[in-house]
Design a protein around this ligand. Structure first.
Ligand code: OSB
Ligand code: MG
Length: 386
């Protein structure tokens, strides 16, 4: 199938409540949505870059720049591969899955350094389009096996313990299998200890978003008493060595998020024993091909894996659900229901949680319908190619 046309839109969407982490607040999510058209079908991609360079170096605006000035003009008009053999599975399937339908499509942009989130927007939209072309679900195309995936929720920093405890109680009532709490220096051990006291049996984890250094090791070791499922990304976004040093001294498993920006980083983290768990976000590593390769590597090495989130709309959540249906994603992902962030999602049906599980869509491609009219009416800028 030829990719005949690409439409990139910026759609600012207000979160139901601001989301606070150790690196700042998000209230309006400036989402970039990409539509790839081919053979009267369309594939959707969502760029996960935040509006500021706090989580990673990319932003909504750098992604817009790279996509419109360098990527989309070179990709439109080119051939998209199929996903047929991947669905058939087996050794040949594994090979095709590892290269993906986008190998030839993205060949003219391989020289671009960095910008994985911008590139993943195209890569993932292309997988959606290719899966629709083959009339299979994205999950099937990627080699997914599960019809439902376990899901958790990420709770931002709160101004008081009571407010936080209330939020945790609500999440557990809503059925989330795991609750992740954001932490920051001065808002860590004592807060988590109080929450642990109130929710003795809950599966809890903590995410520091790079807010500590090795000098905080003794403080972080106090977390071992709290029976956390994991401690996510305590140290720098590009660190693997200090994480390995901390993991040696810590019983709580370390989970890396920001530090795993590529397949190479995942291999280095394995070699150095920097973590026991990985939070894989397809946008952060450049898309599904890299994600599936990392998945296969970590599964073989018996590391635990789960799919993270980036405050996505229902489009990005559908991509994540498809990925999380692969067998190596054994821990609950940060794949919360549409209503967690949105008054009204831009897809139907909305994503819902029941008993700690979310259904993986089975329709063609991402398996949800995009409310194109609403997207159009919310669009603040648009760029069309082809
Ligand atoms: O560190 O996992 C993170 C949101 C934005 C940027 C980074 C992170 C997060 C989350 C929320 O924790 C995940 C989600 O619910 O989408
Ligand atoms: Mg994180």
């Amino acid at each position: 199938m030829r990719v005949e046309r690409a439409v990139l839109r910026e759609v600012p969407l207000e979160l139901r409540e601001p989301f606070d982490t150790s690196h700042g607040r998000v209230h309006v999510r400036r989402v970039l949505l990409l539509t790839l058209h081919g053979e009267a079908l369309e594939g959707w991609g969502e760029c996960v870059a935040l509006s500021d360079p706090s989580y990673s170096a990319e932003t909504t605006d750098t992604a817009w720049h790279v996509l419109t000035d360098f990527v989309l003009p070179r990709v439109v008009g080119r051939e998209l591969g199929g996903v047929g053999t991947a669905v058939a599975s087996g050794a040949a399937g594994a090979d095709v899955r590892a290269r993906g339908p986008t190998d030839a499509l993205l060949e003219p942009v391989r020289w671009i350094r960095g910008h994985p989130m911008a590139l993943a927007t195209v890569e993932m939209a292309a997988w959606d389009l290719a899966a629709r072309g083959a009339a299979v679900s994205l999950a099937q195309a990627l080699g997914g096996e599960r019809a439902h995936v376990p899901v958790g929720i990420s709770v931002g920093l709160r101004s008081s313990i009571d407010e936080l405890a209330e939020a945790v109680a609500r999440c557990l009532e809503e059925g989330y299998a795991r609750v992740k709490l954001k932490i920051a220096p001065g808002r860590d051990v004592e807060v988590l200890a109080l929450i642990r006291d109130r929710f003795e049996d809950a599966m809890l984890s903590a995410d520091a978003n790079c807010a500590y250094t090795l000098a905080d090791a003794s403080r972080l070791k106090e977390l071992d008493a709290l029976d956390l499922q994991m401690l996510e990304q305590p140290f720098g976004h590009d660190d693997l060595v200090d994480h390995a040093r901390l993991q040696e001294q810590l019983r709580t498993p370390i989970c890396l998020d920001e530090s795993i920006a590529s397949e190479r980083d995942a291999a280095a983290a394995l070699e150095l024993a920097s973590c026991r768990v990985v939070n894989l976000k397809p946008g952060r590593v450049g898309g599904f091909v890299a994600s599936v390769r990392i998945h296969d590597m970590l599964l073989a090495a018996k590391l635990s894996l789960w799919c993270g989130g980036m405050l996505e709309t229902g489009i990005g959540r559908a991509h994540n659900l498809a990925l999380a249906s692969l067998p190596g994603f054994t821990l609950p992902g940060d794949i919360s229901a549409s209503r967690r962030y949105w008054q009204r999602d831009i897809v139907t049906p909305e994503h819902v949680v029941a008993d700690g599980l979310m259904r993986v869509p089975t329709g063609p491609g991402i398996g949800v319908d995009v409310d194109a009219e609403r997207v159009e009416s919310l669009t603040v800028r648009v760029a069309t190619f082809g």
